[in-house]
Design a protein around this ligand. Sequence first.
Ligand code: DC
Length: 680
Amino acid sequence: MFSIDHLDIPPLASAGGTVRLPGSKSISNRVLLLAALSMGQTDIVDLLDSDDTQVMLAALTQLGCRIEPQPDGALRVHGLGGQLAAREAQLFLGNAGTAMRPLTAALALLASQHGGAFELSGIARMHERPIGDLVDALRQLGCPVECLGSEGYPPLKLGNGVPQTLSLDQPIRVRGDVSSQFLTALLLALPLVAQHRSIVINVVGELISRPYIEITLNLLEKFGVHIQRDGWQRFTIPAGSRYASPGRIPVEGDASSASYFIALGAIAPAAPGTDGITIEGVGLASIQGDIRFVEAARLMGADITGDANALRVRRGAWPLKAIDLDCNHIPDAAMTLAVMALYADGTTTLRNIASWRVKETDRIAAMATECRKLGATVEEGADFIRITPPTAWTTGSIHTYDDHRVAMCFSLAAFNPAGLPVRIEDPKCVGKTFPDYFETLFSVCKTDAVRIPVICVDGPTASGKGTLSAEVAAKLGYHLLDSGALYRLVGLAAERAGLSTTEAALREPAQAQRLGALAAGMQVRFTGQRTLLNGEDVTPAVRTEAAGMAASRVSAVPEVRAALLALQHAFRQLPGLVADGRDMGTVIFPDARLKVYLTATAAQRAERRHKQLISKGIAANIEDLLVDLEARDLRDSTRAHAPLKPAADALLLDNSQLNVEQSVQQVLNWWQGKTVFSGS
Ligand code: DC
């Protein structure tokens, strides 16, 4: 019901540690297509799991290709061997250019050879991304291709259900100066029809983004197709070419994704006790062109070392050095340079980047607009961007244009010297290539605990704190601390250890100490919906009424409360925390920026608890529940240590008349008012 619509990144101070990158998008989607076209099965290892690869997998499955996960984590693709298992299909390809272009070429050829008809469409932005040059090339060959919307743009209809005679004797002409993906698409697909004759492709205009063509040629080699290349103008697919599965093929980490962590290492001081950032999964032997971002980052002052499969990055020159660079060879990673430029000692110019205008969004316009929000002076041209760092940093809500790279780039603005937080809108758009980007970023970034925001939600039992807190945390992308669960776990651990938790027993000082030691030694983990105590899944056991009562008794023991203090503080992690309990605002996080005290009448709460139990198939009596609940309220609010009461600065929320959605909205409204983005 609730999904995050923005992520506020607190000001960050330092970074250090190791990150492992997800598989390369460009390699993943090429390998998937090649495996599907090959004869035999291919096990793909470390395939990227993201929106763009999901789209490709769904399309291949629709085309009749069998794809099965293997016990060792590999994905097995049973190749179609150049045949068509389905003669008709309507494929939805989202905004994945790496699926749209190669599938267009492959399906146009297959449909013409075997008599098929396929419709390819995507989201609105995909229908604005030009594909006319590829369509022209395919029509030259005699493939029926129809543009169903505007001429030169998807959606497309490929083939007309009738086999065609293709004219493959003349060299095929394709433009190389709009997107290298047109040439890649032809190179990947033409071996389908090269059994009896060689096929020549002539590139018209200067070929941009050559490194991506190198990835294509490299992967074709691995699948048994050896393309001959004369410079960058002429490519020959030799007669008799055939895709042959390599059996098993690993996908290397995404070099474009590495750029954010290279930039991080260059911008952030090394976190105490670390030697900067180590990146695993991609290194200096990478076949991806964006690995040359390393050279560009070095020009700006980054201290980078590495080996075949890993990179190590530390801050070198500081401030970074402004550069003037032709970025044609690293079109995607160059966006990261634009954000590094915000930390440079002068004006940086990135040239030869016209292709940015036809990517997920118009990236030149997007980077210019968003850099200006941070106080930079930006000049943009048809094929360049020039950035002068802010003299006084400002902050704003970064619009991300459904472009994963814009979102990832601007997270790095959180190291701004003004100590301002940065808001990233629609952060989930990173799912296109790096679904866990922010989690990975936060796992290596540090900042002072006081800068990590905490929202406290305290209140009596059955007031709906748990549900409210979980929803607010999900909406903000924050961590969640269910402190009640910790006391429940102490009760459970005591029961398992044969320690009595009756009120009489707990009055014994020795017993109180034993319980404190037990609480201090608990190994607690919360994973998704599960609660683990010393490695054992105790999820149902901690949620019972009896566990709640035991928790209420043990929570009155000062030794237990003291033992749980450090554990609770440890939940305060980037990018923020929602903490629910009884004393979150009064004792545990007294400096929290927002404290909510949730109330509802005892009768209301007893009724809610009753409904909850009945819905779980647990028999319950409403009068008994009311008596128990009032007993717990009394004990929780009259105990000597950290009694349940609203913090002096808490905002009261009586949710007797509100549904969950309304309560969540109220808390989010209060929170928005506390952020520096409240005016935006
Ligand atoms: O929220 P809950 O029902 O899971 O909490 C169980 C008991 O734990 C509650 O009756 C009192 C105690 N508790 C506490 O003392 N301090 C907290 N921060 C949270 C819970």
